[in-house]
Every structure is written in structure tokens, then in C-alpha cells.
Design a protein. Sequence first.
Length: 392
Amino acid sequence: MRRPGETGYAAVMNDAVHKGLLPQGLRDLLPPQAEAEAALVERLMAVLAGNGYERVEPPLVEFEDNLLSGAGAAMAPETFRLMDPVSQRMIGVRADMTPQVARIAATRLAKAARPLRLSYAGQVLRVKGGQLNPERQLGQVGAELIGSDDVAADVEVLTVAAEALAAVGLTGVSVDLTLPRLVPLVCSALGLDAERTERVRAALDHKDAAAVAAVGGKAATLLGKLLAAAGTADKTLKTLTGFKLPDEAAAELARLATVCKEVKARTPALTMTIDPVENRGFEYHTGISFSFFTGKARGELGRGGRYRAGNGTGEPATGFTIYSDRVIEALPRPAPPRRLYVPAGSEAALVQRLRGEGWVTVAGLGSGSDKVEAKRLRCGHSLTGGKIVAVD
């Protein structure tokens, strides 16, 4: 019941009329979108399976200590926590499935041959949404390649992700690559302490060239050049090769150049850009990382990159996650299914044959006009006298 003087969200929450109201950032997925997303997930998973990635299914919740260790620590601010009434231990609702798959690889599949290729699909829940993606419940489809530090592994996950997006009909896809370790390596080599490095990272994340110049110290000039170098892959790599970088940073750049060359050879239609200083969302990544975009949807289609499995110091790994709701947004609305109203008492064998021919059959449960019932149940055709008749 609405209380006197109550307005806004609180008022709506207490209004008995709004039985369908959900918490901010959550939604019901209704027909036909729910069916379209389920079909999309299966198409994406089929591509991953075809590339040798075997499906695993982690639980929705885990003990907090496990869920937030290693790579999962970066997701701690986004994780819902609650007390498990059985074990009396704190558990967390997963905010990302990658750390769960890394745990499975390090425990249940510790003796499996490497490199280990695993895939997954499921829902995650986060404490808050972002500016571009306000949803707090997200559908994830992804793959992890665990146990290899080879450049070929970076190339594989990028090309498999691009293949999966292309397989569901997406065009105009681009990938933005970054090196999360590049700035820390530069800062360390030029003597910046941890506090100044954090201030530099914050300035770079906001693309604030003036702030970088103000707080960058001895690294300010180089960091400013790195910030300005973002652009198409070919142009950025050409620019970066002219910079004098510390040895480890130069090695990261050389690896990126190799990956770009190999990916371009395999997927020439994929547009590649590079932002060498981007770090937001890649806090647990330890090497080449990336995000997929298209002009047909807001925000990222997916992201991925290199990290350390296990407790964060374990075996090398790389992978990606595709957000199914973003992909659905970018795709044309699917054609509606051919719905056929089948009156009660219709021959079962005939109805089964029609389903085999692609019809969605909607059975009548009582008497009434076939045409009226077909319209009421959103059927474009009716089975009348053993024949399919269009409903005007």
C-alpha cells in the first residue's frame, strides 16, 4: 500500500498494482525474445564445440573464498554475498563465469591433458550495472584455453570468438585490443611508485592527457604518446614501434604485433583497433586482451584476454566471454514462427508430420470456430478439414 507522501521508486514498490515490478537492472524475457536468445546460445556453443571446446556447467553460487580467489578477486565489488544456511559459510552469486571455469581446470580437471579447452553458457548476477550496460543479470557464452602461453593460443581465442559472432549473422564487428601490463611495466621501469602509478592509471582510464602530464613524472611524455597512439591496428603498431620502450614492454608490443598479423590473415573481414593504455574491466588480465563491438548495439558484445588460472599465480590461460543479450540487440529481429491452429480431435499422425515440416502447432482444447480460435491464439493458419487454411 502506498504510504502518504511517498513518491518515486519507493512509492511504486509499495503499490499493490505493480506486481510485475522487478529490482533495478533485472527484467523478464518474454516471447519471442526468450526463444531467440536460447537459440542464439546454442548456435554460439555449436561453434565452440566444433573448435574442440568441451562444455562445463559451474554452479550458480560458490563458497566466497573460492569464488573470489585469484582472477575472481577482481569481481569482488560486483558479487552478491549471502550466508549458506546449511554450511553456515558465506557464499557468493557468480558475477562472471571465467573464474569458475579456471577453478574447475585447477581442481576437477587438474590431470586432464593441456592445453585444456572448455566452454560454458549461463547467467551471472552483478551488484550494479554500468553506464552502457545497465543490466545486472547477464547471459554469458564463453570459452577458455588453459595451459598454454603460446602466441598461437591468443590467436585462436580471438579467431574462434570472431567465428562465433559471424556464425550467428553479425556483420560489421570490430575488436579493440589492449595490453593491460604495458603501463605498469613502463611506470616500473621509469621509477614511479605504486601510488603515482595508480594515479596515472586513473588518468589514462579517463583519457585525460592533461592529468597524465601532471602526475606522470618521468614517464609523462611516453605515457602521453601511448595515450595518443590509439587507433587502427596497422597505424597504432607503426606508431608504437617508433617509441623507445622498456624491454618487457617492448616484448609485449612485439607479441601484440604478431597476434594482429595472424588474426588478420585468418579473419580479414574483422576490423582491428588498438588502445595500448586501456585497463578498465581488464584488472585481472596479464597479457593481450580485447573487446568486441558493433555499431548495431550499445556497449561490448564480449571481451576476453590472457590471465593466470588457479589462484592467480597458476597456469597460463586465455579466453573470452560473449554477452548474449548484446548480440541479440545487434541482430535483426527473427522472423516469427509459422503457427498453425490444430482443432481438438485432429489426427495425431498428421499433426506430427506438420511439425516435422516446420509448423508450430497450437492445439485447440475445446469447441469453437477454428478461425476465431486461431486468431485469438496468434496463429496465421488453421488446420480445417485436414487442410491448412490461411487466417485473414
